[in-house]
Design a protein around this ligand. Structure first.
Ligand code: UDX
Length: 448
């Protein structure tokens, strides 16, 4: 690939973007002020868990396509296009914190002063509509003393990658969104992607900067809405004998207008994106005098899903004081050790507040969970150890190793075998006959 790329910020997005471009033969220079992260990358180790990522990382390092820069100036001076991939965390009021965007934009602007020729700056971080044109552009112009559109180009290019499959999603996107300050900026970025996706080109949507920013929020808010929607229908199922949300979801998902994805009922959504993006979009709407009732309902349903499950446990067990309850799975979804906004957190907090004793097991998220729960819960190193002598087991994250479990595994170890299937991974026909099986979206058996 003729163009070379730099990335500022090596979180999930920065690493996936960097390794993705490098794997396609593009020279990549990555920078992050966090030396702990960049030192790992230099060793060919990923700062976060993702299956097979390290294999690719080590290959592109070996082949010389992926280098680490020691400062932003080095990254900008030696490449044609710089992607801003820094974090945009939530503030307490839900709005996003743009400090990292400001700092990296300032550094890029200062580096542009020393740069010969045209350079393209691409904001990939999730930022609220208007940020790129109203903040990034003036800051770049001020710090570089150069003019956007003349001396450098500017794009906003949101990503839609999922944690755990970030590299795959970078290489196989459903579409690419290019928000452009001017035609030259958009053409430059499109030509980079044309090289990247030589064999199979995804659709490219070109638009202005603010529309691209909104597309990212609209996308995530829609997916979160699908989840809260199916969870609402799941709760209705629980009132109707012999109904099952899985059959309902399967049937409505076959309607091409609905599509089967993101219709898995359960404990709701977590992670680093949906909760944060929804909060930010709501806060942004309110600041602009629009009250987004639908988005607020999506959030509320997601919160209520936890109360609902705790209620169901109390209905079965009565008082929870001193009762041992165990959780299988802690991370916000399988195949990641990420605990950010994981559903296990509010479940454990509520159960602890009710006096329950908690045991937990997760294949890889235990060390991250210890930072959150300290010694308030008991950490098991296997499923049987976690189940031992417990009165209720909640399946929180659908790791594949849990799908192999049989009713006997629970019966043998638990004091009273009550299984709450928060992700609908077990067969109700088999489990319902052998133990007390409570499942999200499963109606009661026929009466009489
Ligand atoms: C998401 C978006 O998918 C991605 O496009 C965006 O860039 C970042 O946010 P991610 O947070 O990695 O990605 O996780 P995802 O696989 O989308 O799942 C999010 C949450 O929704 C998880 O907690 C998951 O358990 C839950 N979920 C997902 C459901 O409860 N039901 C579903 O049907 C799908």
């Amino acid at each position: 690939m003729s163009q070379s790329v730099s990335t500022i910020g090596v979180g999930y997005v920065g690493v996936s973007t960097s390794v993705g471009f490098a794997a396609k033969g593009c020279k990549v220079l990555a920078y992050d002020k966090d030396l702990a992260k960049t030192n790992l990358l230099i060793e060919g180790l990923s700062p976060f868990y993702e299956r097979e990522l390290e294999e690719h990382l080590q290959r592109v390092r070996r082949d010389g396509f992926f280098e680490i820069a020691s400062n932003v100036e080095e990254a900008v001076k030696n490449t044609d296009i710089t992607f801003v991939t820094v974090g945009t965390p939530s503030r307490a009021d839900g709005t996003i914190n743009l400090d990292y965007i400001k700092a990296s934009t300032t550094d890029i602007g200062k580096a542009l002063v020393k740069k010969e020729g045209y350079h393209l700056v691409v904001v990939k971080s999730t930022v609220i509509p208007g940020t790129t044109v109203n903040m990034v552009k003036p800051l770049l112009e001020k710090t570089s003393n150069r003019q956007c559109g003349e001396d450098f180009g500017l794009c906003m290019n949101p990503e839609f990658l999922r944690e755990g499959s970030g590299l795959y999603d970078t290489i196989h996107p459903d579409r690419i969104v290019i928000g452009e300050y001017d035609r030259k900026s958009g053409d430059t970025l499109e030509s980079l992607y044309n090289h990247f996706h030589r064999e199979e080109k995804p659709p490219i949507v070109r638009t202005n900067l603010s529309t691209a920013e909104l597309i990212k929020y609209a996308n995530n808010a829609f997916l979160a809405t699908k989840i809260s929607y199916i969870n609402s229908i799941a709760n209705i199922c629980e009132k109707i004998p012999e109904t099952d949300i899985k059959t309902v979801a399967k049937a409505i998902g076959l309607d091409k207008r609905i599509n089967p994805k993101f219709l898995r009922a359960g404990l709701g959504y977590g992670g680093s994106c949906f909760p944060k993006d929804l909060k930010a979009l709501i806060a942004f709407s309110k600041q602009n005098n629009y009250h987004p009732s639908l988005l607020k309902a999506v959030q509320k349903v997601n919160q209520q899903q936890i109360d609902h499950v705790i209620d169901r446990i109390e209905t079965q067990l009565g008082e929870l004081t001193n009762k041992k309850i165990c959780l299988l799975g802690l991370s916000f979804k399988p195949d990641t050790d990420d605990m950010r906004e994981a559903r296990s957190i509010p479940i454990i907090n509520q159960l602890l507040a009710k006096g329950a004793r908690i045991a937990v097991y997760d294949p890889i998220a235990i060390s991250n969970a210890k930072v959150i729960f300290g010694n308030e819960v008991e950490y098991a190193s296997s499923v049987p150890e976690c189940l031992e002598n417990s009165e209720c087991c909640i399946l929180v994250t659908e790791w594949s190793e849990f799908k192999e479990l049989e009713p006997e595994d629970f019966i043998k170890k638990m004091k009273t075998p009550l299984l709450v299937d928060g992700r609908r991974i077990f067969d109700p026909e088999i489990f319902g006959q052998k133990l007390k099986y409570v499942a999200i979206g499963l109606g009661p058996p026929k009466i009489g």
